[in-house]
Design a protein around this ligand. Structure first.
Ligand code: ATP
Ligand code: MG
Length: 423
């Protein structure tokens, strides 16, 4: 036999048994953003490499080592998008959506990062995100957090996630802090690992995000960014905290939270869970007031978040919250004998007129036992059986597959209305 070709490592198939859960999650996401009046944006999966270098930052994990970059046939450097914000800003600038306008947008789709695959971390993964432009005040920061909070409630995982919040200040405040932090890190250079030593000059704030416990221990004594923030930044942050309290959203201020992308300023946040082991961040985002200008547009305040769908699916599975995910078939229609086949096909077609009813028609013949086996396997609640007698009488037999209920005879003419009542 020929050797089978396998999928690329870290790039997953979503199989028919898994897709109902994905569809349910996607439907909850769409309904939630709709309830807030957000509009969908869809951007290409491939963009110029420069877009991500200029936005995410040269000295970040993503740009340094995670991007899928290749030369197009004509030599242009292209990259499979590793995240959605840069593309959204690029599209917004290109189509004049951001110029003196407010936009509340959302997107959903695959992202690509060449990381070491493990549970909750893949090379192709899906993100759902929202991006809001043109609003500087903290009420919109609160809105996107309220939206994410509502998502957890709708998905039934509110008890298993918590919100961590921080503010990074504006560029000037960060520059002053950066000097103080570098001075501190220089004094303790020998206690830093290789990665942190390298980042100390290129991107010192990223050292705060180090996963190395020794580095984290050292950082306990490092200067705190909060102490370098001006009145306006503090006021913005305090207002956000007030709003969250007013709507009953609990949070924890984490002064080490810096995020792995360079474009953030002021508010940053992560929703984290301990149900997933190491890959505990399920949603992350913040304010990025500088990015629109940095990518050639007019300076525009912006705030957004991205959520990793695989991690949410894993959570729903781990917490066994998959019971109410619907199957794909409600009614399975069978025919006993060739004479009944045409009638069965017609009955199935009639039933599909019922709004939302999912009807599978048995194909390929076979005896009663075989057809009933298929009916059961389909997950349908009802089976329709048409045999010679039913055919002669203009009726069908209706069998309840998941309930202890007697079979019924129903006239073909009134079947659709009858089934519509049952399901
Ligand atoms: P991490 O610290 O886990 O690497 P990140 O800071 O790189 O996350 P973001 O770029 O902020 O992540 O992406 C937002 C969300 O997308 C993450 O919180 C996570 O849920 C999800 N995500 C990021 N990278 C991956 C990946 N390789 N596989 C699956 N999900 C991912
Ligand atoms: Mg990462």
């Amino acid at each position: 036999m020929a050797k089978q070709i396998q999928a690329i490592r870290g790039m997953n198939d979503i199989l028919p048994t898994q897709s109902p859960l994905w569809q349910k999650l996607e439907a909850v996401l769409r309904d939630t953003v709709a309830a807030y009046g957000y509009s969908e944006i869809r951007t290409p999966i491939v963009e110029s490499t420069d877009l991500f270098k200029r936005s995410i930052g040269e000295v970040t994990d993503i740009v340094e080592k995670e991007m899928y970059t290749f030369a197009d046939r004509n030599g242009d450097l292209l990259t499979l998008r590793p995240e959605g914000t840069a593309s959204t800003v690029r599209a917004g600038n290109e189509h004049g959506l951001l110029y003196n306008q407010e936009q509340r947008l959302w997107y959903m789709g695959p992202m690509f990062r060449h990381e070491r695959p493990q549970k909750g971390r893949y090379r192709q993964f899906n993100q759902f995100g929202v991006e809001v432009y043109g609003i500087a005040s903290a009420d919109i920061d609160a809105e996107v957090l309220m939206m994410s909070h509502r998502l957890w409630q709708k998905l039934g995982i509110g008890e298993h996630v918590k919100l961590e919040l921080n503010t990074l200040g504006d560029a000037q405040e960060r520059a002053a802090y950066r000097d103080a932090l570098v001075a501190f890190l220089e004094q303790h250079k020998e206690r830093l690992d290789e990665d942190s030593q390298r980042r100390m000059y290129s991107n010192p704030l990223r050292v705060l995000d180090s996963k190395n416990p020794d580095v984290q221990a050292l950082l306990g004594d490092a200067p705190a960014l909060m102490d370098y923030l001006g009145e306006e930044t503090r006021g913005h942050f305090a207002h956000l905290c007030e709003l969250l309290e007013a709507v009953g959203i609990q949070y924890e201020i984490n002064p080490r939270l810096v995020r792995g992308l360079d474009y953030y300023n002021r508010t940053v946040f992560e929703w984290v869970t301990d149900s997933l082991g190491a890959q505990g961040t399920v949603l992350a985002g913040g304010r990025y007031d500088g990015l629109v200008g940095q990518l050639g547009g007019k300076d525009t305040p912006a705030v957004g978040f991205a959520m990793g769908l695989e991690r949410i699916v894993l959570m729903l599975e781990t917490l066994e919250l998959t019971d109410d995910v619907p199957g794909t078939v409600d009614v399975y229609v069978t025919a006993m004998g060739d004479d009944c086949r045409v009638a069965a096909i017609k009955v199935a077609q009639q039933l599909r007129e019922v709004d939302g009813l999912r009807v599978m028609s048995h194909c390929g013949g076979g005896n009663f036992k075989k057809q009933m086996k298929r009916a059961d396997k389909s997950g349908a609640k009802l089976a329709i059986v048409i045999g010679e007698t039913e055919l002669a009488n203009g009726q069908v037999a209706l069998k309840y597959l998941r309930e202890e209920k007697e079979q019924e005879l129903v006239a073909q003419d009134s079947l659709a209305a009858y089934v519509a009542e049952l399901i």
